[in-house]
Design a protein around this ligand. Sequence first.
Ligand code: ZN
Length: 470
Amino acid sequence: MASTVTSIASLPVKTLAEELITFINRAPSPFHVVDETRKRLLDAGFSELKEKEPWNVKPLQKCFVTRNQSTIIAFAVGGKFKPGNGFSMIGAHTDSPCLRVKPSSKKGKCGYLNVGVECYGGGLWNTWFDRDLTVAGRIVVQDESSVNHRLVFIRRPILRVPNLCIHLNRSANESFGPNKETEIVPVLATSIQQQIEAPITEEGDCEATAKHHPILINLLCQELDIQPAQILDFELCLADTQPATIGGALNEFIFAPRLDNQLNCFTSLKGLIGSCESEEGLENDPNIRMMLLYDHEEVGSSSAHGANSSLTEWIMRRLSAGGSQTAFEESIPKSFMISADQAHAVHPNYSEKHEENHKVALHKGPVIKYNSNQRYATNSITASIVKLIAKEVSVNLQDVVVRNDSACGSTIGPMLSAKLGLRTLDIGSPQLSMHSIREMSCTSGVKQSCLLYQGFYENFPAVDAIVTVD
Ligand SMILES: [Zn+2]
């Protein structure tokens, strides 16, 4: 099991961190995450398959498939793969907590034009106040003969949720939890300015302008060069316009939105692509290397394209076809899933919130997450396998468990593990401010995760061959 991690290993920490920042800045919604991932896979020689068409995937082929344009699954078939062999899998999620435009968003009060928004996922909503916001997502557009969805991203601040001044909210510094229906309603414009610049009839002349402020609809239409009447529907996320950046006096931090979980989307993608380009490449691999980026993790994963859907099983069955009748069932005990999602680093101002022996540090490596109550799927076997791989590629690991008097998060790991009977490990890179509109992690974490994930794709079959547990 010689280490073949060369390309990522030779890159400076800063280069990979900057590449993640570019990825995040291009991906303000799950649809954009999938689009950016798709482009990078095409550039790396992967070809696109469609779920509705028959496949005939052969060893050494590299392909991907999307569902709903918000979930993407990519795979590279090992040169020695035959049906019944295992899958080396890394899963992450494309969605992040955010505000989303309501189906009828037109609101107004006291001369302001406001936009009604829904809270998606468990955000730290007070961080969305006083940020320079925009919208991004997808619009379903009707042309003369077809209906398709188009991505949209308005690249300037058009919305804001203003704080109430301290003079009228004296207790704001003691506690501030906004009412999610009445107090998180972004301002789009004033009616005075609208009358001066864009005198538009109040009712609007189509469904879109009747339900949403025509100013907003016109901005979207300009962006896509379409007419308001062509808009059938849309899914729009609000996003901060401040770009992600490297920061700290020693340039060791990443200040960015959506690190949970775009850091793992990006690093698993780098790991998969890197593993196909390195010296030994795919030729000797008996497994299929698979990257699975799912939508809807932040809201429980139960959707047609979430981790709790049948999608993963169906894709694995299609790739196991052509062998014996039980090829898929045989493949499961040979397979392994790394469930990659961000982890909490110890917070210097709240260190008592973290378990005494498990205070995770920035820079010190990916964090294996344990929870004997199965909020995480890691066990001693799956941890041992990943520890052996990490040693092989010289990546330091940390471990974490929550305090008994603290609630524990969860992720896609336990769900996929239970549905498929799959050996699974939960792991993530350490960060602070999880679910804030602007999170914080360390630059070295990006490289460490890239190295570990590439190392997993390259070394899992050989490491697994020496582990005997039935
Ligand atoms: Zn997450």
